[in-house]
Design a protein around this ligand. Structure first.
Ligand code: DP6
Length: 350
């Protein structure tokens, strides 16, 4: 952590910066953390192409520290409080951060009510804005370091956000499987270790339930502290990570499907075994999963799913010319299980 701390060698001025940052979807899930936003196990995610947060920051130097935020033009007082607290937390890494007033305008390219986690792209975009300001104020121009520190700072806002700073497949959490991996920031999973079959995938998010999630990630992670299966889960995630690395290299799509779905269901199983227990799926989620499994059995076509900590289903399938049958099936059989017929069509390309 030491090399991310900064000395007080800076000159502030009024500045405006703008940054954009995509969301990501984990294949091996981060669920459980230790003090200081240290993940209990390594995770790996795909960065999405379309679901993004666009953020502008107007900084007024030498005014009293305050933060005002607008989400899609509407003032969000709660969000301002959260960001203020976050800025106070990271002062040791950006010594100028409390020396001015901020007006932050942010918007997501995906629907606000969709239940898609905006914390990853949101904190990713803010961290990028902060590093752009830091570059101006400190005069430091090392782009690699700037990105690494943006990932480090994003992590302190929301763990999964640190993975959004890079494209493609991204790893967070120290693991012997990936050189240079760290608990403090994310790194890119090497592109040359990825079989072409995984380089172009659709991620269509079925909005089974729109609106607030029943439990926040922060509470979910905390429940792992008393979950009797936590240690076994963390160990299994490490084993799954090693397995995933092999699968990615060899292009073993069948085992990729199996492992990705297993990880998603494990995350939900952990919540069911927590005290208090939470069931994050809705009946539509279960129906969709059942139909996907039947479809695969009948057609052998590579349609599969992952889930985040909510009811929506991420449908994963290769992005090529041979997927018309899959798309027809999604339209006729799966979309009817969404709350309002809404699907966010995203894509992963490496
Ligand atoms: C289920 O990153 O949202 O999406 O660090 O408390 O902000 P905090 O949690 P968050 O947790 C994300 C959990 C997940 C799995 C994942 O993205 O790895």
């Amino acid at each position: 952590m030491k090399n991310f701390t900064a000395n007080s060698d800076f000159t502030i001025s009024d500045q405006s910066v703008f940054e954009t940052c995509p969301s990501n979807i984990a294949l091996i899930k981060y669920w459980g953390k230790f003090v200081g936003q240290i993940p209990a196990n390594p995770s790996i995610s795909f960065t999405l192409n379309h679901c993004k947060t666009n953020t502008s920051v107007d900084f007024f130097g030498n005014e009293n520290f305050s933060v005002q935020t607008f989400l899609s033009g509407n003032e969000e007082k709660k969000f301002s409080e959260k960001i203020e607290k976050y800025f106070r937390n990271i002062e040791i890494y950006l010594p100028w951060i409390l020396k001015g007033k901020y007006v932050i305008r942010t918007e997501n390219t995906f629907p606000h009510s969709s239940g898609i986690a905006s914390s990853a792209s949101g904190f990713g975009a803010i961290a990028k804005c902060l590093m752009s300001l830091d570059k101006i104020f400190s005069g430091k121009t090392d782009e690699d370091f700037k990105l690494k520190k943006a990932s480090f700072l994003a992590r302190l806002g929301s763990g999964s956000a640190c993975r959004s700073l890079y494209g493609g497949l991204v790893v967070w959490g120290e693991t012997p499987e990936v050189k240079g991996s760290s608990d403090l920031f994310a790194v890119k999973f090497p592109d040359d270790e990825i079989h072409p079959v995984f380089k172009n995938f659709n991620d269509w998010i079925l909005l089974i339930h729109e609106g607030e999630k029943s439990v926040s990630s922060t509470i979910g992670h905390a429940l792992m502290n008393t979950n009797p299966y936590a240690e076994r889960r963390f160990q299994e995630a490490r084993e799954n990570f090693a397995l995933m690395k092999k699968i990615l290299k060899t292009g073993d799509l069948q085992n990729f499907i199996k492992l990705t779905e297993h990880e998603a269901l494990t995350l939900h199983a952990m919540m069911m075994m927590s005290d208090p227990a939470f069931i994050l799926m809705k009946s539509g989620t279960l129906e969709v999963i059942r139909k996907i499994w039947n479809f695969r059995q009948e057609t052998d076509l590579p349609l599969f799913f992952t889930l985040d900590a909510g009811a929506n289903v991420h449908l994963l399938f290769p992005n090529n010319n041979e997927n018309q049958k899959i798309i027809n099936f999604i339209r006729s059989e799966l979309i009817p299980h969404t709350q309002n017929g809404n699907v966010v069509k995203d894509l992963i390309s490496i």
